[in-house]
Design a protein around this ligand. Structure first.
Ligand code: AFP
Length: 281
């Protein structure tokens, strides 16, 4: 298992090196839409194609699922990879942070959160970094020329929370959730929201706090996809000593019925997640 997990992370780091280089030249939109009805960028398609080709070529990888394609690509192998190839791609136009998210499951998607054996994300910021979680070990790497070099071992969510960031339009938030946000502000947390989940969750991993994309008036499941975004990021934050929730229970306790299913997503310090659940319950 360890060999396959490390091979998947090495492959994602290798592709990340190429993605970083082509971002500047692929800012235009493709004609198509992804299965969630969002317009695709040329860079989304490039990252997705490269990840599919290279991950499925690995011996232990039995399927590849991605936010950018309708159905799974299947091969033989015991591990199954679900990716958001370019998270926050609308930030490409405004030259802000973006990422790649990867979840490694021992069941073929749609798979429950407890089938995750590892997860990771790449952050395309001023430098390219990668955070991986395997069991309870969370490690941060610098990615240069497609190679990973350890920056921090045993990463944990800082115990004193500093930042918060929530997606969606505030007028569309449920009343109880809006009241929770006010209480977070009263606790003197600082707003940090950039529109790319990877970058926003990395604020929480770095400074402590809470990130979420809540249920909305016209969309009770919110925006984020459970299999490609919610599960992997919940696995990483929980492994780093934090917590995750859909508003009432850990995201890792949830099983999607189809791979593109959405869910409200909250991750952060466990006390903040517990406080959130107590007002939403
Ligand atoms: P894009 O990949 O379409 O830019 O969406 C990014 C994302 O899925 C996630 O990374 C963000 O947290 C969230 O959507 C931002 O959504 P809003 O633009 O509604 O704030």
């Amino acid at each position: 298992m360890t060999d396959t997990i490390e091979a998947v992370f090495d492959t994602v780091a290798g592709v990340a090196g190429d993605v970083r280089e082509v971002l500047a030249s692929r800012r235009s939109y493709e004609a198509g839409e992804n299965p969630s009805g969002e317009q695709q960028l040329a860079a989304d398609v490039y990252a997705d194609d490269r990840l599919e080709d290279q991950l499925l070529a690995l011996d232990g990888v039995g399927s590849y699922a991605s936010e950018e394609r309708d159905s799974l690509s299947v091969d033989s192998g015991s591990y199954h990879v679900a990716c958001d190839p370019l998270d926050g791609s609308s930030n490409l136009k405004s030259n802000n942070g973006m990422g790649t998210i990867v979840g490694i499951y021992d069941e073929q998607p749609p798979a429950p959160g407890d089938a995750l054996v590892a997860a990771g994300y790449v952050l395309y910021g001023p430098i390219t970094t990668m955070v991986t979680a395997v069991g309870e070990t969370v490690t941060e790497f610098l990615v240069e020329d497609g190679e990973r070099e350890v920056l921090n071992e045993d990463v944990t969510v800082p115990s004193e929370p500093v930042t918060y960031g929530f997606g969606g339009r505030a007028p569309d938030w449920p009343e109880e959730f809006a009241a929770f946000v006010e209480s977070v502000e009263d606790d003197r947390l600082k707003l940090r929201y950039g529109g790319a989940m990877v970058a926003d969750v990395n604020q929480v991993m770095t400074y402590g706090g809470i990130f979420g994309y809540p249920m909305l008036a016209d969309n009770p499941e919110g925006k984020l996809r459970l299999q490609f975004e919610g599960h992997p990021m919940a696995y990483i934050v929980e492994a780093a000593g934090g917590a995750s929730s859909d508003g009432s229970r850990s995201l890792l306790e949830k099983t999607p019925t189809e791979i593109h299913e959405r869910s409200p997503v909250f991750v952060g310090n466990d006390a903040l997640i517990a406080a959130l659940e107590s007002v939403l319950a």
